[in-house]
Ligand binder design. Sequence first.
Ligand SMILES: Cc1cc2nc3c(=O)[nH]c(=O)nc-3n(C[C@H](O)[C@H](O)[C@H](O)COP(=O)(O)OP(=O)(O)OC[C@H]3O[C@@H](n4cnc5c(N)ncnc54)[C@H](O)[C@@H]3O)c2cc1C
Ligand code: FES
Length: 363
Amino acid sequence: MVYVWSIVCFAGLVMALATLLMVAARVLVNYGVCKLDINAGEKPLEVEGGQTLLSALYANEIFIPSACGGKGSCGHCKITVTGGGGPVLPTETPYLDRKEIRANLRLACQVKIREDVFVRIPADLLNVKMFDATVASATQLTHDIKEIRMKLDEPAEISQRPGQYVQVQAPSDEGPVFRAYSISSAAHEPDVVELVVRLVPDGIGSTYLHNLNPGDKVNFTGPYGEFYLNEDPSVEIVCVGGGCGMAPMKNIIDTLYHRWPERTCWLFFGCRTTQDVFYLDRWQKLAEQHPNFHVIYALSDKLQDGEKWDGETGFIHLSVDKYLEEGIPRQAFLCGPPLMIEAVTRTLTAKGLKPEDIFYDEF
Ligand SMILES: Cc1cc2nc3c(=O)[nH]c(=O)nc-3n(C[C@H](O)[C@H](O)[C@H](O)COP(=O)(O)OP(=O)(O)OC[C@H]3O[C@@H](n4cnc5c(N)ncnc54)[C@H](O)[C@@H]3O)c2cc1C
Ligand code: FES
């Protein structure tokens, strides 16, 4: 009994001291104004010390990807800190491998500004902007997926590549939060950003987006993302996904056929039931116009009595295995849950695709 009490007292004492230190750090420590140097003098800033690097950059309209809103749980806010960031924190190590730590990568939301800080930010990220937009249409695609099309107000145009995403600002009880959504509209429609959003029960961002109506105003930052479509038209494109993973693939395929009407592209889309099928008519029409476009939908659950389905059945990697021949130069883009991505990656690797030709977004 005495032993248990000593452990409880010790734990209580440690927690009280930790809280005291946090309060003291907030109230007593004043770091003053610090220099925040971006790309060796390209953009020198002066910022209030004590805030996180992510907040300081955001206040200066430099929008780093931050899908978890700075909570240290998404690992998206990696930037290179060459000086003044202090040691790598235990909250960062789950998201940084040894190579990244050696290359001075840090999570911007975890680095606190206590002295002059020196960072390197790629040009792509410095070009990310905050957009004001108006909802043009909101269309229910399935029981839990909606297409939300927005017309850009200010800036009036976005320069995006297929596979990129925006971070939508959604209101919450604790202030605005940001959530990542892939752009489903094609790059040749610069005045529009369209999203395909699955409703997550009690989810802040997806509920906000599902409740939007035409005329509503929306803010988002973007575009983000590293995917580059292979420019060689002889390389086949393979898109594999399920659910709201359709969003980036719609952008890729529409952009592809706008630029290369003859190019070969495969779309494999996995659904659980016929209730989850959407955009199939749209893709079948596109396949009539472009004979090198192949669309394959597969249902993973059993059909209900009386239900009709003339597409594929089983998990989507089985269809990929069935239709794709080996040894053809291809670039693949996968989007969906981690288990699907793992299974499809194994199948594509067995077909001869190299890891550097397989890109994926897990969500
Ligand atoms: C690069 C990128 C692109 C993305 N693109 C899209 C897109 O095109 N369309 C789209 O719909 N989503 C997309 N997402 C996912 C999206 O960013 C949100 O994570 C998702 O909408 C849930 O956010 P929320 O605010 O509604 O839920 P939250 O408020 O964050 O979460 C509510 C609860 O649901 C759980 N939860 C969170 N996410 C999921 C999930 N996906 N499934 C089940 N439970 C969950 C949480 O653990 C929590 O308990 C993308 C994510 C990334 C990283
Ligand atoms: S913003 Fe998510 S880990 Fe930093």
